[in-house]
Design a protein around this ligand. Structure first.
Ligand code: ATP
Length: 217
């Protein structure tokens, strides 16, 4: 499903964020990307989502060379991806239901089917009773669960998350981690970057370690 072949990423003016990265992820795997701050974890996820392009090597997602995609093809790639990234902010002037509805509205879903899917996604993250709440009225953990609902409402086969438990207390972090583990258990491929790898190690999960942009495991 994902394959990196000798991938490097250099940001201007010459910061080597990743070098010589090669690995493969099979459908249905849970892969924990770990490493110190600045190790290249976010960059690795951004290359998969075509937010960044590699400076060397190839990144294949479902057989597509995502680094070489035309910008018009990127929305089709993203339709199959769920992204829980720090910079994919919730819309604070829309309620919980509307935030999760947005990707389906953009994809042109019929309103009734879209509403059904939105409620199913809110239910999965335990927020069905809060569908009318504005994000500001939600706790940090609830906001993170809402971001997950928005990421999965299009039923992606691949879920990417960057530090999804950052800034959460241990109990809330456990709840959020369990949501990702549940998606893994129903067959979704999950790749996530975290400092807190102990939260995410169900049987079968794999660790991909980075150190200064190079793979350590
Ligand atoms: N847009 C950018 N422009 C220039 N340098 C960048 C950019 N994004 C990341 N970097 C640099 O690339 C390196 C890897 O960054 P990256 O964000 O991938 O690491 P990370 O492991 O996710 O770190 P953190 O855990 O702190 O988020 C760092 O040295 C960072 O400063």
């Amino acid at each position: 499903m994902i394959r990196f072949d000798s991938v490097a990423k250099r940001y201007p003016p010459g910061i080597d964020a990743l070098a010589e990265i090669s690995f493969q992820v099979e459908p249905g795997e849970l892969v924990i990307v770990s490493g110190h701050s600045g190790a290249g974890k976010s960059t690795l996820l951004k290359l998969i989502a075509a937010i960044e392009t590699p400076t060397a090597g190839t990144v294949l997602v479902n057989g597509q060379n995502v680094g070489a995609l035309r910008s018009s093809a990127i929305p089709y790639l993203r339709r199959n991806l769920g992204l829980v990234f720090q910079d994919q902010k919730l819309l604070f002037d829309r309620n919980a239901f509307e935030n999760v509805m947005l990707p389906l509205a953009i994809a042109g879903f019929a309103p009734k089917e879209a509403a059904r899917r939105v409620r199913a996604a809110l239910d999965k993250v335990g927020l069905l009773a809060r569908e009318k709440a504005m994000p500001i009225a939600l706790s940090g953990g609830e906001q993170q669960r809402l971001a997950i609902a928005r990421a999965v409402v299009g039923r992606p086969s691949l879920l990417l998350a960057d530090e999804p438990t950052a800034y959460l207390d241990p109990e809330t972090a456990r709840t959020v981690a369990d949501i990702f583990i549940d998606f893994y258990r129903v067959g979704v491929t999950v790749l996530l970057a975290t400092y807190d790898e102990a939260l995410f190690l169900p049987r079968g999960a794999r660790r991909l370690g980075l150190d200064h942009g190079r793979m350590t495991s």
